[in-house]
Design a protein around this ligand. Structure first.
Ligand code: SAM
Length: 237
């Protein structure tokens, strides 16, 4: 068997500072990802022509769970969180080699503090996830019609209403010049009800949840089947 070491070509900055509440797949939230390149790989020519593609595949390392190794059977959220399925029949992060694959929107090349970055939208990746490769999405080959995904349909993802408390709304207005997409991101992320699948039946869960997006702790709860953002706390101000 041929063995090959892989060195990331860069890393991606995302609003998701913790695994909790990251959407399960790409394009379920319009989250911005900024890819910076490792000096040893970067050459401006390597991005030439990339603007011709609206979408890109990102190949990345599930770095935060890599140490745990892989499991032949994994819990599948789509099966209610307890039933198990084969790891190769899943998109779980607990896989041999810990490689992930996400198709994202190409948001263009940018220059940040003199460094070339590639911006993408719709990421389902943790902040500072190592990026191994980037390839254009080719609809003529990658878009498959008449597929059968049995249990995995997008209508399995909850779509709850998200309401903001007065205070949360005030904080959002205050920080919007610096974080213009924070409001939409909170709605995108929370309406999917990031609680564990077994909790989804509870419409009046007493627990107060917290998720970190960018530099904010977003506090929320579930009331009458809706998500209520109770507070937004800036961690760095
Ligand atoms: N679209 C990719 C795929 O199919 O390979 C990822 C799917 S995986 C189910 C998405 C989840 O992986 C996210 O919701 C988050 O919990 C987790 N995740 C994202 N980035 C990660 C990282 N760098 N290390 C470990 N887990 C990560």
């Amino acid at each position: 068997m041929h063995h090959h070491n892989i060195t990331p070509i860069g890393e991606i900055q995302t609003p998701f500072k913790q695994k909790f509440a990251i959407p399960r797949q790409p394009n379920l939230a319009n989250a911005l990802g900024v890819i910076t390149f490792a000096d040893e790989f970067f050459h401006p020519d390597m991005l030439r022509g990339i603007e011709q593609f609206s979408h890109l595949w990102l190949v990345f390392i599930f770095h935060q769970t890599l140490q745990r190794g892989f499991k032949p059977l994994v819990k599948a959220p789509r099966l209610g969180g307890n039933a198990k399925t084969g790891v190769l029949a899943s998109r779980s992060s607990h896989r041999p080699n810990g490689l992930g694959l996400s198709v994202v929107k190409n948001d263009g090349i940018n220059d940040i503090n003199g460094k070339t970055v590639l911006q993408v939208r719709g990421v389902d990746l943790l902040h500072l996830t190592p990026i191994v490769d980037i390839k254009p999405y080719l609809p003529y080959a990658d878009r498959v019609e008449d597929t059968n995904d049995n249990l995995i349909r997008s209508d399995h993802i909850p779509m709850r209403e998200v309401h903001l408390s007065k205070n949360a709304d005030k904080v959002l207005r205050m920080v919007s010049p610096q974080y213009p997409d924070l409001h939409c991101l909170i709605i995108d992320v929370l309406r999917q009800d990031p609680r564990p699948a077994y909790k989804h039946v509870e419409d009046n869960d007493e627990k107060l949840y917290k998720v970190q997006l960018y530099e904010f702790d977003v506090c929320w709860k579930v009331a009458n089947g809706n998500i209520v953002v109770t507070d937004i706390i800036a961690l760095t101000l």
